[in-house]
Design a protein around this ligand. Structure first.
Ligand code: NCD
Length: 335
């Protein structure tokens, strides 16, 4: 594996190797000294053309915990606002000796272009492109699901395991969600059964060809599918023309009533079920404050797990070949 562009490119073995490596990385993060020397002397560039809080900070933290040099580049305040093209930006990063480029871009396909146009000689990691893919988010979600629903809250005994037999409901604005697209693919590869739940106006054309079931009724899905994990999606108003979401559903109240997760629906989920959200949340719209802060919510843990997953991705892409994929340095050998 040279780049991480889409979960559709990940065979089951690749996905499990990433999750197992992330588990080893997570173990190193429980130590007092969190920093590993693995990527010393390597340069990771964070190239963000779209807003981000969690993903950008998480990639930065991951690269720093592996001792890489990190350059943060955001389109606002750079020559991009003077009209510089992606190609010229890429050539600049190449001249600066970037070993990995983490890219978030509003255009679907921009990371693919960076990886394959020949402008750069660096590993490219997709941190979200348009409405297309967000592979590290799906990996951190799968990692969180495996930890809770296979490992009982820890990584013990999860090594090499997939998600066979687990049921995951992904609920809300699927149409605009790269998180949903990435998760459907990855969770299917890992053997989970996915049900997408959304109003017909928030489902993409062609969804019937995706490897999942589709439902228009959240209550019915909770009763029938008895999901082990419920992943709520943000209503992405910025991707809706007009901005208010008005063309896609009658009103915010109606959306919450039919597709929101609150205490009443939470109480009807199986006792062991977990509640997930990639963030940022619209509290009171797709998820109530009670549900977001409930003991069953693993939303804050998803953020913590993102660091371990991104450390694993950077490690496997940049050092995996020299160091032997999957063997994370430990105190004895490398510190
Ligand atoms: C997601 C994104 O940017 O695609 N957020 C994230 O990366 N944590 C989802 C969203 O913006 O709703």
């Amino acid at each position: 594996m040279r780049h991480l562009l889409s979960t559709a490119d990940l065979a089951k073995d690749d996905a499990i190797l990433l999750l197992d490596t992330a588990a080893q990385m997570a173990a190193t993060q429980a130590r007092e000294m969190k920093k590993l020397p693995t990527l010393r002397g390597r340069t990771v560039v964070n190239l963000f053309y779209e807003d981000s809080t969690r993903t950008r900070i998480s990639f930065e933290t991951a690269a720093k915990r592996l001792s890489a040099d990190v350059i943060n580049f955001s389109a606002k305040g750079s020559s991009v606002s003077k009209g510089e093209s992606l190609k010229d930006t890429a050539l600049t990063l190449h001249a600066m000796g970037a070993d990995a480029v983490v890219v978030r871009h509003q255009a679907s396909g921009a990371p693919h272009m960076l990886a394959h146009a020949g402008w750069l000689d660096a590993a490219v990691l997709n941190a979200g492109d348009g409405m297309h893919q967000h592979p590290t988010q799906a990996l951190l979600d799968a990692f969180t699901i495996r930890r809770h629903l296979v490992g009982g809250g820890s990584d013990a005994g999860t090594e090499g395991t997939d998600l066979a037999g687990l049921r995951v409901a992904i609920v809300g604005d699927v149409l605009h969600s790269r998180v949903a697209r990435s998760n459907v693919r990855l969770l299917h590869t890992l053997g989970a059964r996915v049900t997408l739940v959304a109003p017909p106006t928030l489902l993409p054309v062609g969804v019937e060809t995706w490897p999942c079931e589709v439902s228009y009724h959240l209550d019915e899905t909770i009763e029938r599918a008895k999901p082990d994990a419920v992943m709520m999606l943000r209503v992405q108003r910025e991707r809706m023309s007009g901005g208010a979401g008005g063309a896609f559903f009658p009103s915010a109240q109606e959306y919450s009533r039919k597709f929101g997760l609150g205490s009443r629906r939470l109480a009807r989920l199986p006792g062991h079920a977990i509640v997930m959200h990639p963030g940022p949340m619209n509290r009171g719209l797709e998820i109530s404050a009670d549900a977001a802060d409930h003991a069953r919510s693993v939303i804050v843990e998803q953020v913590a797990n993102g660091i371990a997953v991104r450390m694993a991705a950077l490690y496997l892409l940049l050092a995996g070949n020299d160091a032997g994929a999957g063997s994370v340095p430990n105190e004895r050998t490398s510190l």
